[in-house]
Write a protein that binds this ligand. Structure first.
Ligand SMILES: *Cc1c(COP(=O)(O)O)cnc(C)c1O
Length: 353
């Protein structure tokens, strides 16, 4: 530690992102990106904005907010946007957890990283043995609740009815539903917003809208909550979203058909890959996300992870007790999944990397 670093940050535990190697030969299935590029309309919208980069971004958000409100059937006043949903989650941990936070013991890693950064007391709620999340475990928590739905890295989702149970059982507290993966088959909770003022739905363009590199997330909630989020943002970085990203987001929301088609392809590839993995001796959760969470009956996950890496295929292995024998594999293109299955066959059946 240098003499200049504030000691109160000495114990920071930063998030560990998946490896970001690039190159033609790498099959990258480790950070749940979309294998499909942004639509042509999105790329054109981005190119068009380049000429305006001498100006600060349009602080009103313009078309992006109009399109977000339209897409989720809410008013403009119910929409917030951030530099990735990670930034939005950071604002929530910073400013909306006066009594602490409660979330699953196995969920998106950034929740505990932000809790640690902002000194938010945390209650970890264990998932059941089959990794399912039970609404009954989330009654009267007295804290801000965070639920990734579908959950990461398990891929399992809860129903909208379960979300409503949790909202009703925690009326005095904010319930944050992180819908990063909702477009791959789970039920969205956005229709509950009109009825439940303690609900905040958070989403991202990184997964189902092929814009991980653009950094764009959104939050939907009651007007007063959104106003307070704006106050936090304006105290930190009023220009949190760049102009090209705003244009990309608006265009992506307009290009519904392209993205629906990509999402359907990913769902289909996921389900087919799960079937093939089962034949190779893997147990897989019933994932409703764009990744597969699986464990092999004989072969250790760490060995498979390393063997795949040696073959140029990146998947995610977590050195976390309880899931140390699991792999999280992002759903790529059909070609990428073919390479994956071919490599796995060699590794688990023939024992050679
Ligand atoms: C990927 C992910 C995010 C963050 O997405 P960005 O918008 O890229 O910051 C948030 N929550 C969950 C559960 C995720 O998996």
């Amino acid at each position: 530690m240098s003499n200049f670093f504030d000691a109160k940050y000495a114990t920071l535990k930063p998030y560990t992102p998946g490896e970001q190697q690039r190159g033609k030969k790498i099959v990258k299935l480790n950070t749940n990106e979309s294998p499909y590029p942004p639509s042509l309309a999105v790329r054109q919208a981005v190119a068009k904005e380049a000429k305006n980069l001498n100006l600060y971004p349009d602080i009103s958000g313009g078309m992006l907010f109009t399109e977000l409100a339209k897409a989720f059937n809410v008013k403009r006043e119910n929409v917030f946007a951030g530099n990735g949903s990670d930034e939005i989650l950071a604002f929530i941990f910073q400013a909306f957890c006066p009594n602490g936070a409660a979330f699953a013991d196995l969920t998106y890693g950034f929740y505990s990283v932000y809790a640690n950064l902002y000194r938010v007391k945390t209650e970890l709620i264990p998932l059941r043995d089959d990794f399912s999340l039970c609404a009954e475990d989330y009654i009267k928590k007295g804290k801000t609740i965070f639920i990734a739905n579908p959950n990461a890295p398990t891929g399992l989702a809860i129903t909208k009815d379960d979300v409503e149970k949790i909202l009703l059982a925690n009326r005095e507290n904010l319930v944050v539903i992180d819908e990063a993966y909702v477009d791959f088959g789970a039920e969205s909770s956005t229709s509950l917003l009109k009825k439940h003022k303690n609900l905040l739905v958070v989403g991202t363009f990184s997964k189902s809208r092929s814009l991980a590199g653009a950094r764009l997330g959104y939050a939907l909630g009651a007007k007063d909550i959104i106003e307070e989020m704006e106050r936090v943002k304006y105290s930190f970085n009023p220009y949190n979203i760049n102009q090209m990203t705003m244009a990309a987001g608006a265009a992506a929301l307009q290009d519904k058909e392209y993205y629906k088609n990509c999402q359907n392809k990913i769902i289909e590839t996921r389900d087919k890959t799960i079937e093939s993995l089962k034949k190779l001796g893997f147990n897989c959760t019933k994932s409703q996300a764009n990744f597969i969470f699986c464990s092999h009956k004989q072969c250790k996950a760490k060995y498979i992870y390393k063997s795949l890496k040696a073959l140029g295929i990146l998947v995610r292995w977590f050195d976390v007790s309880g899931i140390e024998n699991y792999l999280r594999i992002s759903v790529g293109s059909t070609k990428e999944m073919k390479s994956l299955l071919c490599a796995l066959k060699q590794i688990v059946q023939e024992g050679k990397p």
